[in-house]
Design a protein around this ligand. Sequence first.
Ligand code: SME
Length: 174
Amino acid sequence: MTQVAADDPHPAMEVVLARLARLRDQLDQLTREVRDPLAIRATAVALLHHKVPSVSWTGFYMRRGDELIVDAYQGPVACLVLPAHKGVCWAAMDRGQSLVVPDVNEFPGHIPCDSRTRSELVVPLFGTDGEPVGVLDIDSTRRARFGEAERAGYELVARYLEERGALGTSGGAP
Ligand code: SME
């Protein structure tokens, strides 16, 4: 097994993936008895934000019509509304793919909610019809904080939330 210091800024891919898989499993243990989707999302961002090092914001934006509206999050106060088809979150929605942005200043149309943000990872969340219904967005004040390992790791959490039916406003199977 690869040994790594807890504060190593560039741990190996398998270490990052294992950490996020553990957090996914912990989220399952914490929320197994709960059916409310917002309670599950709120617990997800609290867990991720406080257990993953060097992140400055972790949260959801959910699609309401032509806008993305901020949902459960942890970190500084963020933009409440992201107008259609602008910025990193909408780019991930429109492409239906996760986006790793090593330097937000080099992403045309990036929406700066916090001027200290340098890098960002956005993972789309898909409804039962296969269409994106929102995103999980993670920011860092470090340049290039996120890579392929983080993308794959946070996607594990996204797939868990979809399987739990945790993307709506009420209901959802336990
Ligand atoms: N930067 C995002 C907006 C959300 S904040 O990062 C919390 C974007 O360009 O879509």
